[in-house]
Design a protein around this ligand. Sequence first.
Ligand SMILES: NC(=O)c1ccc[n+]([C@@H]2O[C@H](COP(=O)([O-])OP(=O)(O)OC[C@H]3O[C@@H](n4cnc5c(N)ncnc54)[C@H](O)[C@@H]3O)[C@@H](O)[C@H]2O)c1
Ligand SMILES: O=C(O)[C@H](O)COP(=O)(O)O
Length: 736
Amino acid sequence: MDSIICHYNVLAVTQIYYPYLVSLLGSQSLIGVDVQWRVGKSELLPQARSQETVGRTNGSETSLQSVLSSSGRTRGGGVDVLNTGELQHGLDGWRSNNTGTSWGRDQSDVDRTTLTRTLVGNRVRSTKVGAPVTSSDWNQSQLGNDDGTSDGSGQLLGDLDTKTNVAVGVTNDNDDLHSGSLTSSGLLLNRQNLHDLVLETWNKLINDLVLLNWQGVEVDLLHGGDFLGLHESSKLGDWDPALLVILTSSASSWASSWTALSWCTGHDYKCVIDVGMLRGKPGTSLATSPNAVSTSPTNSYLDQYRPRTKSITKSTKTLKPFSTGDIKILLLENVNQTAIDIFGAQGYQVEFHKTSLGEEELIEKIKDVHAIGIRSKTKLTANVLKHAKNLLVIGCFCIGTNQVDLEYAAEAGIAVFNSPFSNSRSVAELVICEIIALSRQLGDRSMELHNGVWNKVSAKCWEIRGKTLGIVGYGHIGSQLSVLAEAFGMNVIYYDVLMIMALGTAKQVSSLNELLANSDFVTLHVPETPDTKNMISSPQLATMKDGAYLLNNARGTIVDIPALIDALKVGKLAGAALDVYPHEPAKNGPLFNNELNEWTSELQSLKNVILTPHIGGSTEEAQSAIGVEVGTALTSYINEGSSIGAVNFPEVSLRGLDLDQENVVRVLYIHQNVPGVLRTVNEILSSYNIEKQFSDSRGNIAYLMADISGVNVQEIKSLYEKLENTPYKIITRLLY
Ligand SMILES: NC(=O)c1ccc[n+]([C@@H]2O[C@H](COP(=O)([O-])OP(=O)(O)OC[C@H]3O[C@@H](n4cnc5c(N)ncnc54)[C@H](O)[C@@H]3O)[C@@H](O)[C@H]2O)c1
Ligand SMILES: O=C(O)[C@H](O)COP(=O)(O)O
């Protein structure tokens, strides 16, 4: 689900005493909305007179149409509603059946049926489309609950969840949406029982929550009340809320709000984050959950990964670095726009290149940057990194980190981040595609027909159903692939150096040879390491079944390609799919030739060999998600020092500083992991109050974070110099 808009009549509630409870899961996921309206002491709770209807309650055609047909979406204005082409089409159909000019929930069943059918055809169902529900029918139309009717009215949220270009409006009153006041389209659920929304949508992706008045104008309720929303002692189990807002006007209502919230989620809260939800600093803490990745190729889908203009984290004090000047970031290899937006919003200087850079140019460019963002092609060797005098952090906007000398980076105090799973689904889907394409010789048939040759054959073309897929490396990609392959009726076996729980009915085998000897398709999903270099060479190919297929979407060094060419030539293997190569061009163009890899033309001449240019993770979805994930990690490291998620570095973090904390300095101190360092550092810090401190080590490197208070601005320089002059220091940073 993409967006939720809560409409209410702001005029009415000015006399009403209301607590609002809003919480978000992950960075962009709404886990709970609970709205209680109170008049004096009598509670109207919850708003269960639910009449979920598509359209407004009694409005005119124009007004609904204006909601549905407007093409724009406001950005930065807070309403992040998406276009709904299909939905609009459905509603146009509804309109054409409608002879009147005033319709909505009071419409006849003819219209309801038409609309419902069209929406259902588009996999959107609505409860009680166009049909009024009387006040005695309060419980009948809860979102997500199947009400047992045959009119397609149940499971609304479930169905909405399958769509990616639907916005949902929720109104809590009977007032009309005013004509022309919304700038985007939406499915409107009038008088929705918001409490049910809490229960039914807690694990669904919702990008936005906006409160609008009856004119469709955003209302900043959150700044209009008495806030008791900061509460840091409670717990949220495994959940990771980005935001929790409590708006109330008295301490007593705080207590009841709290109870209601705990009750509605069934959890206590670990942290209640602040009320800056609709305003605040952009580009922080965006969703990283794999569940946040849907499959739509639409722009509206991509909107969820764009940095937002609203804060979704606790408003903590924004720190600035002492002595680094402007933060400069070098982005190579066409890193996604989502990352550029995140860095831009922080005011960093971004230099962007579409391609990778050769060593010489890279050395020149890396000299004075604080951060660099790369993908799989850019080689950050020790030789390159030793020229990077200001470099604090490296972002690999991909899964693999083999292109970086991780050890050298750590010893130079440079943290490295990657995106461990944001493109796994994309790779798994490509592999499924390749399995079918190989078994049907699809590449060859297509190539022949491109050249005018009609070659209709069935010999040696197979269904994949009932065949055995052998997965080498059952990590993020391998295990996801396992599930997809089983859905196609394949038997799955896998080999991994670790004992890993099987998904579905897959079976782990105890050796690579066992896997090779029993698989019709062998697919590789291991990282590039010394152990995996030439993991598949002549002996392994000989162990494979006659007529089997080999797929490599992992790294080019894992397969001995000359040996593979031999196995294909003698007909031992029936085909192969390769996405990765020992040497790959740094940019697009006619560069895949024998100069790059000496066997290229021989490989190109073989039948039933699918060659792709390292596109396993190259989908819009994956790249957007990676941009946000790594962009956010880098920002958080630069601005706050958090190294959580670093692949080569001790993972250390401290909670943010409160907005009103004065004279506090955050010390970030990376040092060699030897005895006595902390004593030295703490002696330097001892004239201040250490508010909090955390230190961890990994191998030869240790990282200390401390917040110290009572520091005058004038003292920061001398504090910095003292820490800089300690014997085992690698990098000192002070944020204040
Ligand atoms: N083609 C592409 O565009 C593309 C996209 C993403 C990832 N990749 C490559 O795919 C690789 C795998 O990705 P992932 O996300 O599944 O990684 P992962 O770390 O989640 O899983 C790798 C698995 O391989 C296992 N493994 C490691 N060494 C092994 C060995 N010698 N023998 C057997 N198993 C071994 C690990 O235990 C782990 O379970 C990445 O390292 C990357 O190089 C390629
Ligand atoms: O490691 C990865 O994630 C893949 O190899 C994709 O790399 P790319 O971002 O360079 O396409």
